[in-house]
Design a protein around this ligand. Structure first.
Ligand code: ATP
Ligand code: MG
Length: 459
């Protein structure tokens, strides 16, 4: 104990903790921590038991242990072992190798899939890096202590043994968790350089678990944020999605901006938040989503990105209309431009991008309440998401509440009542074309009623 306290006190700022790394972990007996084996998924528990019966080490590790200690519900229960992937496969019948970069085993235990990772070795000796020091590979096996040292934060390097119910703690993660501190393992600058995504993970975990980022880990972030430029856009997309669906998206985005990390992840966020209406919409929508997620409901990635980028689409759309573009092609052009700019930093998958476009393209169509097209909108596979989006726009004061109210009533009405609810069709022929032109010059293309704006065409 005294050795550990001395170790903590004399760890100088910037000192590479892995150099003075405790090779023997602190062993926390079951009576000194709250995790019980019943809290571990039955599949992961069984995997650990089977591997241990065969003479291997096997623990539940990472986010699951951390979340259980903080009272949060773990997303998954990953297992770490000293068995090689081939040895794991020999022990577990329904298992297969996945991953090219670093082989992981997926074992099917009943309906559960358990991810099993072999202890990884020290990154320093094994790995290849790019010109900026980013690790390109970390595919060398190592011992338990090395596996703990290559994890990102002390609270993520806790190993729970479901057989003995003991926790192995190599980097004082338990003490850090008690002190609500997110501390990086090793020299923060080196660890961020190896993998800049760790800066985003720091922000997300601190926001989610209400932790303080240790000053040593926080200080270099602003100056190193630029390293995110070299991270492959699909990886940034995954991490950003985790932030948005963490149930703490509002806090994450605030922290992202406070640390200067948004430029290389969500370049359009500043533009959107700069304008009070844009900020109101985003904060309103994300806090609503956060609430839903914390109640155990889901929210689609497309919806979340549609929210974040909506203001920018609107601004671009308006500009194009002012330049004389017809409103409907202008909307499509605006959507394309915004997704393109965003995609340069963070690769939104094609499928999600197409869902986002559908949600946006349905907005002007939802503003129409006349003619047969209304029925088409109602039948549209993306209607529900587009309606929820419309509702948020109304709640944020962007459009009149009357519009989503009408759609709610229309959805619930009988077919005959529906026909009666339709508004009279706008004029025809020349008159209609004139209206279109006028609508294109209106102050805000997505605002006002589509009975007037006449964004009639199908998306
Ligand atoms: P969550 O699942 O809530 O997003 P997590 O910490 O479990 O959080 P995962 O991505 O599931 O995140 O990673 C599992 C574990 O792998 C982490 O707890 C950490 O120990 C390690 N890890 C993940 N990403 C990194 C990284 N970039 N650098 C070092 N270790 C990492
Ligand atoms: Mg996890």
């Amino acid at each position: 104990m005294i050795r550990k306290i001395i170790h903590r006190i004399f760890r100088r700022p910037g000192q590479d903790a892995s150099a003075s790394r405790a090779v023997e972990p602190a062993v926390i007996p079951p009576e000194s921590h709250p995790i019980r084996r019943e809290q571990i998924s039955s599949g992961s528990r069984r995997v650990c038991e089977i591997l241990q019966e065969q003479g291997y080490k096997a623990y539940v590790v990472g986010g699951a242990v951390r979340d259980l200690l903080t009272g949060a519900t773990p997303k998954d229960f990953d297992v770490a072992t000293d068995a090689t992937p081939d040895e794991v496969r020999r022990c577990l019948k329904r298992s297969r190798l996945i991953g090219r970069r670093f082989q992981i085993v997926h074992a099917h235990m009943g309906r559960e899939t358990v991810e099993i990772t072999t202890f990884r070795g020290s990154e320093k000796h094994a790995a290849k890096t790019d010109a900026h020091g980013r690790l390109l590979r970390d595919n060398v096996f190592g011992n338990h202590a090395e596996d703990a040292a290559r994890r990102d934060f002390t609270i993520n390097a806790l190993y729970f043994d479901p057989v003995t119910e003991r926790i192995l703690d190599y980097h004082h993660g338990l003490a850090d968790l008690k002190q609500k501190t997110l501390r990086i393992i090793g020299d923060p600058k080196i660890r961020y350089r190896e993998d800049p995504v760790r800066m985003l993970r720091a922000v997300r975990l601190a926001a989610k678990l209400k932790l303080f980022i240790d000053p040593e880990a926080r200080r270099p972030i602003r100056e190193m944020a630029v390293l995110l430029e070299n991270v492959p856009p699909p990886r940034l997309f995954d991490e950003m999605l985790k932030m948005l669906t963490s149930g703490y998206a509002v806090e994450c985005l605030a922290a992202l901006r406070a640390e200067g990390l948004q430029h290389d992840t969500l370049p359009l966020l500043d533009v959107a938040l700069h304008d009070p209406q844009g900020e109101k919409f985003i904060l309103f929508a994300l806090s609503d989503t956060d609430k839903r997620i914390r109640q155990g409901k889901t929210s689609s990635p497309a919806f979340l990105f549609a929210v974040l980028l909506w203001r920018e689409v609107n601004v671009t759309w308006k500009r194009l209309c002012e330049d004389g573009e017809h409103p409907q092609p202008a909307l499509f052009q605006a959507m394309g431009e915004v997704l393109q700019t965003q995609g340069e930093k963070l690769a939104i998958t094609r499928r999600i991008a197409s869902d986002i476009k559908e949600i946006w393209a349905l907005q002007p169509r939802l503003e129409q309440r006349s003619g047969k097209r209304v029925y088409g909108v109602l039948e549209h596979p993306r209607f529900r998401a587009a309606y929820d989006f419309l509702l948020l726009r109304a709640e944020a004061g962007e459009i009149a509440q009357e519009l989503p109210d009408w759609w709610l009533a229309f959805q619930e009405a009988h077919p005959q009542q529906r026909a009666d609810m339709l508004l009279p069709a706008p004029g025809s022929g020349k008159k209609r074309r004139r209206r279109r032109r006028k609508a294109g010059n209106s102050e805000h293309p997505a605002e006002g009623h589509a009975e007037e704006t006449a964004f009639a065409g199908d998306a």
